[in-house]
Design a protein around this ligand. Structure first.
Ligand SMILES: Cc1cc2nc3c(=O)[nH]c(=O)nc-3n(C[C@H](O)[C@H](O)[C@H](O)COP(=O)(O)OP(=O)(O)OC[C@H]3O[C@@H](n4cnc5c(N)ncnc54)[C@H](O)[C@@H]3O)c2cc1C
Length: 442
């Protein structure tokens, strides 16, 4: 009987267990996680903060779902992997043997390294415990300062606003999420935040966090200003949790390096989810994502391979449907480039692929608060951002992930004031018909 050991109770770990159980009903599965809450929706934490989701709705599995998986859960932290012995060491001192091991430990928030960041009232948003802490503190807090970029910083801003906390959002430059959004998109988001009552501070950096009796009392900015607040939240990027891999001679780069079966360089050890760095055929580079869908798919592929059925992982073109300042926003393919002063690496709900835009021309249209930007390559669409009205999201997603030829519409798309929506909709209908005839749905 084979023993599978899964480290991490996130979506990658649980999907791997589901895949293993489909193939191997008798093998022993041990799940080790240091998160007392087990498996829950991390993207859902944003809606939990705003009060749109109750805590119990964060849990995708019922007790009976877990029972059906027939696993043994250990609430503990793995502190060492011993590949030669096929063993892991837990913080409890217990040693657990494995035949196949999956590292699905995710990523953690990059630390804010500033004088005063150890004070009570300095918070991040990685886990359900973090969200509970923000909610607890926001009951007493009157004013908060949020620093960072990407989706998580905005989610914290929106959560605090919804709880009636006056919120200051500090940006190091003039734009928000500058290596994914363009200037107009950033402007739309920041405008909406201002309308909602958020005070935006451009070109502003924190010098230190001030405290009274160990609790946050304010911040001092680099240009010498002081701002009183009771809470400082940061979302300046994430770091894959590499400590276990690095101490056991697994090959790492920004994430744990895996082959196209999600195997590490060490026999019988696999990695999946936010911690894994996988080959991206779209950009020809190895990348990390922090996206729920890819983490689930990687867990599924890793579990299948661990159970003995060989399947390659074909990394899809990443996309995310999210909400930026109450505007539904879909991001697909490559849309931006360069670095963002507010982030180290990528944020949650983000993909390195999005920033690897080769030379491409943007076709764009704005109507009221809706915005559509399409990145046009030589023969195909490379990426798109759809903000607000989502009627074209599905069409663009299909055209981009299937790398549909756009030769017949390329010139039209690049005309000034081109009716982008109509051109894309017509082209999509045309290509969908082709799929219908070939009996192969896109
Ligand atoms: C606030 C927030 C918003 C997000 N928004 C979006 C979004 O809009 N769209 C989107 O697609 N994605 C979003 N994400 C990202 C998405 O949730 C992640 O990509 C996904 O959860 C990654 O799954 P994972 O299984 O790889 O890791 P995780 O879900 O992070 O799970 C890792 C698990 O490993 C455990 N662990 C870590 N180290 C150890 C150890 N040494 N021993 C034992 N256990 C350990 C952790 O406690 C945790 O349970 C968001 C995430 C957050 C936090």
């Amino acid at each position: 009987m084979r023993r599978y050991l899964i480290i991490g109770s996130g979506v990658a770990g649980i999907s791997a267990i589901e895949a293993i159980r489909k193939i191997d009903q008798s093998g022993e599965i041990i799940l080790v996680s240091d998160d007392v809450h087990g498996y829950y929706s991390r993207p859902g934490l944003a809606y939990y903060l705003t009060g749109e989701l109750a805590e119990e709705h964060l849990f995708p599995f019922s007790k009976s779902d877990f029972k059906n998986l027939n696993l043994h859960f250990l609430h503990a932290r793995v502190v060492q992997i011993k590949p030669t012995e096929h063993q892991v060491l837990l913080n409890t001192g217990k040693v657990v043997r494995y035949d196949r091991l999956l590292i699905a430990v995710g990523a953690s928030a990059a630390k804010l390294r500033l004088p005063g960041s150890e004070h009570e009232g300095v918070v991040k948003l990685d886990s359900l415990e973090d969200a509970r802490l923000i909610l607890r503190l926001s009951r007493r807090a009157r004013t908060a300062v949020v620093v960072g970029g990407g989706i998580t910083a905005l989610e914290i801003v929106e959560g605090l606003l919804a709880r009636g906390v006056k919120t200051h959002f500090l940006l190091r430059g003039q734009t928000y999420w500058g290596n994914v959004l363009d200037g107009i998109e950033s402007h739309i988001v920041l405008n909406k935040l201002q309308e909602e009552g958020v005070k935006i501070h451009f070109n502003t950096e924190i010098e230190s966090i001030l405290a009274k009796r160990g609790k946050v009392a304010g911040i001092q900015t680099k240009d010498g200003r002081r701002l009183a607040c009771d809470l400082v939240a940061y979302a300046i990027g994430i770091r894959p949790r590499l400590d276990l891999a690095e101490s056991s001679d697994l090959q790492t780069n920004r994430g744990i390096l895996v082959d196209n079966h999600l195997r590490t360089n060490v026999p019988d050890i696999f990695a999946a989810g936010d911690v894994a760095e996988v080959y991206d055929p779209f950009t020809g580079q190895s990348v990390i994502d922090s996206l729920w869908g890819p983490a689930r798919d990687q867990g599924n592929v890793a579990g299948t391979n661990m159970a003995g059925i060989s399947v390659p992982y074909a990394k899809p073109i990443p996309f995310n449907v999210t909400r930026l300042a109450h505007l539904t926003t879909t991001i697909i393919g490559t849309v931006g480039k360069g670095a963002d002063k507010d982030l180290v690496g990528i944020a949650r709900g983000d993909s390195e692929t999005w920033r690897q835009l080769p030379d491409a021309i943007a076709a764009q249209s704005n109507f009221d608060i809706n915005r559509l930007r399409i990145l046009v390559g030589q023969n195909t669409l490379l990426g798109a951002i759809v903000m607000g009205d989502q009627s074209l999201s599905k069409a663009l997603h299909k055209l981009i992930i299937h790398q549909e030829e756009i030769k017949s519409i390329r010139n039209q798309l690049l005309q000034p004031d081109a009716p982008l929506a109509n051109i894309i909709a017509d082209h999509y209908i045309h290509t969908s018909e082709k799929y219908a005839h070939s009996n192969h749905q896109p």
